[in-house]
Design a protein around this ligand. Structure first.
Ligand SMILES: *Cc1c(COP(=O)(O)O)cnc(C)c1O
Length: 403
C-alpha cells in the first residue's frame, strides 16, 4: 500500500461524499455527523417508500424468521404471487426474478436473442439502443449503454448493439437490418440526464417493431414502480413493450430485479435457458410483495402526481430566480432533473451543505428523487434548502465575475 488515499479497503470505484448515515425514517436520514438530512436520492430511486417503512420492516422481519433462501430447485409460492401481481398490473405474462437492474437487463437481452433463435432466425441478434442510455455495468449491459467513458479499459465491447441518437426515427429505420432483434429504450433516461423523446417517438418505435417483427424492450429499472407517477412509465406513454426490466424500487431497498415478458416474447424459454441462484430469494420477494401492498392502495399514485406538480411548480420558480445557477426543470413524476448552469457536482455539494441529498446525472443535471411518500411540507423544506444553496452559488458566481 503506497498512498494515504488507499487506507480504505473498498475498491475505489465510487467518489463517495464524506458523510455516512446511521438510520433513516421516511424522507429523513440521520448522519454520523449528528445532522439530519432530507433524502432526495432514495438510494438512487430505490427507497421509494422512504426509509424503514413500517409495512416493509414487518414483512421482512416476519420472512426472516421463516425462510431466507431456497434456490430455484423448488416451488416458490410467494414468487408466484409476486409474478402474478406484476403481470396483473402490466402487459406481461411471464416474469424472471434477478438481483439487480443489470441482471434484469441481461435477461431481457438474452430473451430478445433467444426469441428469434426459437423462431428459426438465429442470425437476428442485434439490438438498437440510444445515445445517453444507461443499462448497467455488466459486459452485456455496458455494451448496450455504449458510453465510451464506461467502456474504456475493458477491451472489446460485447458486439451486437447499434446505437443511434435519441429521438431520431430516421436513424432507427436506417439501423434496422436482417440481423436486428430488438429495440431497447428507457421511457425516461435517468442517468443520462432526465431526458426523453416525444411520445410520438415511442409510438413510432412500436410501429417499426411490429412491421419488422422486432421486440420492443423498455428498461424501467429506474422509471418503474411508480417513479414517474404510474406504476410503470409505459402506461403514461401509452406504448406497450414486449419485454421490460425492473429493479431499483421493486424491493423498496432490498435487492431484487425482474424481467417481464409477453408469452410471445418468452417463446422457447425452457428449463436451462436462463438461471440465477439468488433470483426470487424469499427475503427479496417478501419485500417486493410488501412494496406492492403499499403502492396498490387506492390513491397512492394520486399523491405522487399531486406532489410532482407542486415540486415542479416550485422548482420552476427557483430556476426563474437563479438563472446564474439553474436553467431548466425536467422530468416526470418524482424523477425530476434540474439542469445546472454551474457544474452539477458543485450544486450537489452545495445542496449537501444545506443537508439536502441529491444525485448527479449526465448533461450537467442534478436529479431529485425523493421517496414517493414525500409530503408537501417536506417539498417546501427541500425548496427552501435549494434556494439557500442557489444563493450561496450565485454569490460565488458573482465573485468570480468580479475578479
Ligand atoms: C440503475 C439502472 C440500471 C442498472 O441497475 P443496477 O441495479 O445498478 O445493476 C439499469 N438501467 C437503468 C435505467 C438504471 O437506472
Amino acid at each position: 500500500m503506497s498512498s494515504a488515499a488507499s487506507t480504505s479497503h473498498l475498491l475505489p470505484v465510487f467518489a463517495r461524499a464524506d458523510v455516512a448515515f446511521e438510520r433513516g425514517e421516511g424522507v429523513w436520514l440521520h448522519g454520523a455527523d449528528g445532522e439530519r438530512y432530507l433524502d432526495f436520492t432514495s438510494g438512487v430511486a430505490v427507497n421509494s417508500l422512504g426509509h424503514c417503512h413500517p409495512h416493509l420492516v414487518e414483512a421482512l422481519q416476519q420472512q426472516a424468521t421463516k425462510l431466507w433462501h431456497m434456490s430455484n430447485l423448488f416451488k416458490s409460492p410467494d414468487g408466484e404471487r409476486l409474478a402474478a401481481r406484476l403481470c396483473e398490473q402490466s402487459f406481461a405474462d411471464k416474469v424472471f426474478f434477478a438481483n439487480s437492474g443489470a441482471e434484469a437487463m441481461e435477461c431481457a437481452l438474452k430473451m430478445a436473442r433467444h426469441y428469434h433463435f426459437s423462431k428459426g432466425a438465429p442470425e437476428r441478434t442485434r439490438i438498437i439502443t440510444f445515445e445517453g442510455a444507461f443499462h448497467g455495468r455488466t459486459l452485456g449491459t455496458l455494451a448496450a449503454t455504449g458510453s465510451a467513458k464506461y467502456l474504456e479499459g475493458y477491451g472489446e465491447p460485447l458486439s451486437g448493439f447499434d446505437q443511434v441518437p435519441l429521438g431520431d426515427i430516421e436513424a432507427v429505420k436506417k439501423a434496422i437490418g436482417p440481423h436486428t432483434a430488438a429495440i431497447l429504450i428507457e421511457p425516461l433516461q435517468g442517468e443520462g440526464g432526465v431526458r426523453s423523446p416525444e411520445t410520438a417517438f415511442f409510438r413510432a418505435l412500436r410501429e417499426l417493431c411490429d412491421q419488422h417483427g422486432l421486440l420492443l424492450i423498455f428498461d424501467e429499472v429506474q422509471t418503474g414502480m411508480g417513479r414517474t407517477g404510474e406504476l410503470f412509465a409505459y402506461k403514461r406513454i401509452g406504448v406497450t413493450p414486449d419485454l421490460m426490466s425492473l429493479a431499483k424500487a421493486l424491493g423498496g431497498g432490498f435487492p431484487i430485479g425482474a424481467c417481464l415478458a409477453t408469452a410471445e416474447a418468452a417463446t422457447g424459454m425452457a428449463p436451462g435457458s436462463h438461471g440465477s441462484t439468488f433470483g426470487g430469494n424469499p427475503l427479496a420477494v417478501a419485500s417486493a410483495n410488501a412494496v406492492l401492498d403499499v403502492m396498490l392502495k387506492p390513491g397512492f399514485f394520486d399523491h405522487v402526481k399531486k406532489i410532482s406538480v407542486l415540486l415542479k411548480q416550485k422548482l420552476a420558480g427557483v430556476v426563474d430566480r437563479f438563472p446564474q445557477v439553474l436553467s431548466e426543470v425536467r422530468g416526470e413524476g418524482l424523477l425530476i432533473g434540474l439542469k445546472a448552469v454551474v457544474p452539477s457536482p458543485d450544486l450537489v455539494a452545495a445542496l449537501r451543505d444545506q443537508k439536502l441529498l441529491t444525485v448527479g446525472a449526465g448533461d450537467n443535471v442534478v436529479r431529485l428523487l425523493p421517496p414517493l411518500i414525500v409530503s408537501e411540507a417536506e417539498i417546501e423544506e427541500a425548496v427552501t434548502r435549494l434556494e439557500r444553496a442557489c444563493t450561496v452559488l450565485s454569490g460565488q458566481a458573482a465573485q468570480r465575475e468580479a475578479v
